[in-house]
Design a protein around this ligand. Structure first.
Ligand SMILES: C[S@@+](CC[C@H](N)C(=O)[O-])C[C@H]1O[C@@H](n2cnc3c(N)ncnc32)[C@H](O)[C@@H]1O
Length: 372
């Protein structure tokens, strides 16, 4: 939503004339903003479609082309492609030339829309909108009945999540994320035990295991489907030092201790996050490190007003992260639990030393480096 006044300015002038009814100018301005939201949401959905069909990747390599040429390059049906191009043109994503009825994807737009863009590809994250919409009916029911929607109701969740985290980890895990803990590259090279909790499809574990053959890695998750993908990649890469275990990480009993525990976006949707953090602290070596990657936000909604993607965080929380936790009778911490609460919960779990970092390659997360 683009405005030339601040939120405080706008809200200060609302509800000024209860007796006279709403200010017509304010009503019109707000209605315009809502229509902008309708268009932005539609653009997001069509951007997800463009990503999944490979249309952005196909257009990035093309000169100005007709809809038939774009469709032929992408191997898709022209009628659908032309309608999609209509959405993308009016959304100012694609440029249409009426003189020869051709379309082009400017390279500045391709830079944040194609698979070649790696972690800069914003088309991939748009897939979460249709994914959330799949469970709208059930979530609406939860507003009245309570409870939550369990993980297994989200068809493509693990696939989409793994795609997004792989974009970041392929670009940054070894060269930028591991060195956030200065001694870690050396310790991993010498050989330590490492656990990744809520590992999903396990790509981060496999990347680390391939880079550090003298360390031992285990990925824990309670999704057998996600673990099957993780194991297949480890096998394909011939990794003898990476294994994946079906486990509810609410308990790490019997797992031994670790020199490093990682959690990539896997704490905020836990049913019992405080217990999980306590378990991690308990199962760290005395000099061990917990690297917790989780959503960047403030715990205070008013401090998130200038976070451009804050409505997305609260939406993905309502429609996925919070509801999956509540489906297990959990705390429903929420995606935007925020830095203040994260620090407090880490301290309560026994982490006396916590540092928080941000990474250029990963706009959405904060990186917590926690020691006991
Ligand atoms: C948001 S996903 C992140 C997956 C992965 N770390 C990544 O970055 O792609 C959270 C993961 O935590 C797993 N998970 C949630 N609660 C769990 C629990 N109590 N025990 C084990 N896994 C859990 C989910 O199955 C899911 O794979």
């Amino acid at each position: 939503m683009t405005t030339d006044t601040t939120y405080a300015d706008q809200t200060a002038t609302l509800d000024q004339g209860h007796t006279a009814g709403p200010d017509p100018g304010q009503v019109q301005r707000f209605a315009g903003e809502l229509l902008g939201a309708l268009s932005a949401g539609s653009t997001a959905l069509m951007t997800s479609v463009g990503h999944r069909t490979g249309l952005f990747d196909a257009m990035a390599g093309l000169p100005p082309s007709t809809s038939a040429q774009v469709a032929a390059t992408a191997g898709l049906h022209e009628r659908y492609v032309r309608e999609w191009l209509g959405a993308m043109t009016t959304a100012r994503v694609v440029v249409h030339d009426p003189t020869d009825d051709t379309y082009r994807l400017p390279e500045e737009h391709a830079a944040v829309l194609t698979r070649a863009s790696g972690p800069d590809n914003l088309a991939a994250v748009m897939q979460f909108l249709p994914l959330m919409a799949e469970v709208e009916e059930e979530v609406v029911g939860c507003f009245a009945e309570g409870g939550g929607v369990p993980y297994d109701r989200f068809g493509r969740f693990h696939e989409v999540m793994a795609e997004l985290s792989a974009d970041t980890n392929d670009a940054a895990l070894l060269e930028r994320i591991v060195p956030l803990v200065p001694e870690l590259p050396d310790r991993l090279a010498q050989g330590i035990r490492v656990a990744d909790i809520g590992c999903g499809q396990g790509h981060a574990v496999n990347l680390l295991a391939r880079a550090y053959p003298d360390s031992d890695f285990v990925g824990y998750d309670f999704s057998e489907d996600a673990l099957a993908v993780a194991r297949a990649e480890a096998q394909e890469w011939g990794l003898a030092n990476a294994r994946f275990e079906l486990r509810d990480v609410t308990s790490l009993a019997g797992s031994g201790t670790f020199g490093l525990v990682t959690a990539f976006d896997a704490v905020h949707d836990q049913a019992h996050p405080a217990t999980v953090l306590e378990q991690v602290a308990e199962h760290l070596d005395p000099d061990g490190v917990f690297l917790m990657v989780d959503m960047h936000a403030s715990s205070d909604v008013d401090k998130n007003m200038d976070l451009p993607w804050a409505p997305y965080l609260y939406a993905v929380s309502t429609m996925h992260c919070m509801t999956v936790s509540l489906s297990l009778d959990g705390d429903g911490l929420g995606t935007a639990w925020g830095t203040e609460l994260a620090r407090q919960m880490l301290a309560d779990a026994g982490f006396g030393d916590v540092r928080v970092e941000r990474l250029e390659e990963d706009f959405i997360n904060s990186y917590y480096i926690a020691r006991r």
